[in-house]
Design a protein around this ligand. Structure first.
Ligand SMILES: [Zn+2]
Length: 295
């Protein structure tokens, strides 16, 4: 595996890890945007699926190593692996390529508890047993997200969160529910956005001397979602997603921030620029090794 690309933000180094490429229904990914428009940049296969990534930024300073979201991991059944075209999960390989081990990860921040963000919390061993993938990490998620994921009786939400008991069972003691916006450490902020899920959260890193990096998770999952009305059909409150997106992307364009895209198959992260009222990518970091295809 190639050494993951890194961004410097002040004292922080941010490595853009990926848990691999996968596929999901294009219509679900773009909501009310017509296929005629989204398929230009995101061609669908014969099952209407588009290629996506699982970007998991690793934020490092001193001994701190914070992973934001964990991808799908290796716990899916063989049927699910075919549906989503995802294999073993690349996160452990990415850490290894950086000269790190899973035990070096000090924190995991989960934007929300859908399977493509929390699946990599656990690793399935050859025996079939699931273990914590990052044995020393404190795992942070909004309390509201946890409560809804575990307690909802709504059919749609129950389906969306059907994976979580398996993902959370091996790390009950590591879980740290958060109540709203939280400063994880100096320079690293967790902010609740809502929108995609009721308590969806994002992570922002800011340097003392200026410079900022933000992982907007499922608020702006691909470069195409920078367009206001292009939101996922999964979003519980698409109008809230639009507000959060306009706010963060506006500040990112004004301040030259780095923005990473949770699911873009080509661009891991980019600086965005306002080009006569339209947000466009400036300097960007490409997803390497696309030819590996199905991970
Ligand atoms: Zn997602």
């Amino acid at each position: 595996m190639d050494v993951p690309a890194k961004i410097k933000v002040g004292e922080f180094e941010i490595a853009l890890l990926s848990d691999g490429l996968w596929r999901n229904d294009g219509g679900c990914m773009f909501g009310v945007a017509p296929r005629e428009l989204w398929q230009r940049e995101h061609p669908a296969d014969d099952r209407n699926r588009i290629r996506l990534n699982l970007t998991c930024p690793l934020i490092m300073r001193g001994g701190a190593a914070v992973v934001v979201d964990t991808g799908i991991g290796n716990r899916l059944s063989s049927v699910e692996r075919k549906i989503f075209d995802h294999g073993e999960g690349w996160l452990p390989d990415g850490l290894k390529a950086l000269g790190m081990e899973p035990g070096d990860v000090t924190h995991v921040v989960l934007s929300h508890l859908h399977f493509d963000h929390c699946g990599g919390l656990v690793r399935r061993r050859p025996s079939g047993v699931l273990e914590a993938a990052f044995p020393r990490a404190r795992v942070m998620v909004q309390r509201g997200e946890l409560e809804i994921a575990r307690g909802t009786r709504n059919e749609r939400l129950r389906a969306a969160y059907r994976h979580i008991e398996e993902c959370l069972a091996p790390l009950e003691n590591a879980l740290e529910p958060l109540d709203g916006d939280t400063e994880l450490m100096s320079g690293v902020d967790i902010r609740v956005t809502g929108g995609h899920t009721h308590d969806h959260q994002i992570v922002a890193v800011r340097a003392d001397g200026g410079g900022c990096f933000v992982h907007l998770a499922d608020i702006v999952p691909t470069r195409s979602h920078m367009k206001g009305p292009w939101n996922q059909a999964y979003d519980l409150d698409a109008l809230r997603t639009m507000e959060a997106k306009a706010d963060y992307l506006g500040r990112a364009a004004a301040g030259g921030w780095w923005v990473s895209f949770a699911h873009d198959d080509r661009v891991l992260a980019a600086q965005v620029r306002n080009d006569r009222g339209r947000l466009v990518l400036d300097e960007s970091i490409a997803m390497p090794a696309l030819e590996r295809g199905r991970g």
